[in-house]
Design a protein around this ligand. Structure first.
Ligand code: AR6
Length: 166
């Protein structure tokens, strides 16, 4: 069945098989958690990401974890919030599902996510948290390899939103 955990921490420190990066469609780094992950790995990650030539919103790509405790880094550009009248919700669910599909393909038992799109991309936390947790739960119900998914919340407000949604 699998387990979902919600913790407050820094995802670059997570001891899991794969961490997920809330990237942008260039996959060439940025601010927020993306910047933190690129700073923690050094230039090897930038070089590895270059070969993808970007990634569409809601899709995912995988690299090595370099010197991080995680074996892999899964990169997914979440949607930018434009008011919620478009496909933002669907694209956010796609980011979680496609990241988990890659984790499964690469034999990852444990996966850690940041709160995708709720920083720079301005997706409202109270809408994003239930989408994230429902998508993860649905995936765990049929997953063969992935057993434990941790939502790594950076700040207390994010932690509170995911705890409530759980
Ligand atoms: N560990 C876990 N979560 C973190 C960390 C960390 N070390 N650092 C920040 N967060 P954001 P987005 C949280 O803005 O909204 C980048 O420039 C942060 O507090 O990182 O998907 C990319 O290149 C927030 O709760 O991602 C894109 O251009 C959450 O991670 C753009 O930002 C997501 O915030 C993507 O925006």
């Amino acid at each position: 069945m699998g387990e979902i955990k919600v913790v407050q921490s820094d995802i670059t420190k997570a001891r899991v098989d794969a961490i997920v990066n809330a990237a942008n469609t260039t996959l060439m780094g940025g601010g927020g958690v993306d910047g933190a992950i690129h700073r923690a790995t050094g230039p090897g990650l930038y070089i590895a990401c270059r070969r993808f030539n970007g990634c569409p919103t809601g899709e995912a790509r995988i690299t090595s974890g370099f010197n991080l405790p995680a074996q892999y880094i899964i990169h997914t550009p979440g949607p930018i919030w434009h008011g919620g009248d478009g496909v933002e919700r669907q694209l956010l669910a796609n980011s979680y599902r496609n990241s988990l599909l890659l984790a499964e393909e690469y034999d990852c038992r444990t996966v850690a996510f940041p709160s995708i799109s709720t920083g720079v991309y301005a997706f409202p936390l109270n809408i994003a948290a239930p989408i994230a947790l429902t998508t993860i739960r649905d995936f765990l119900n049929t997953a063969k390899v992935v057993r434990e998914v941790t939502m790594v919340c950076f700040d207390t407000q994010t932690l509170a939103a995911y705890r409530q949604a759980l």
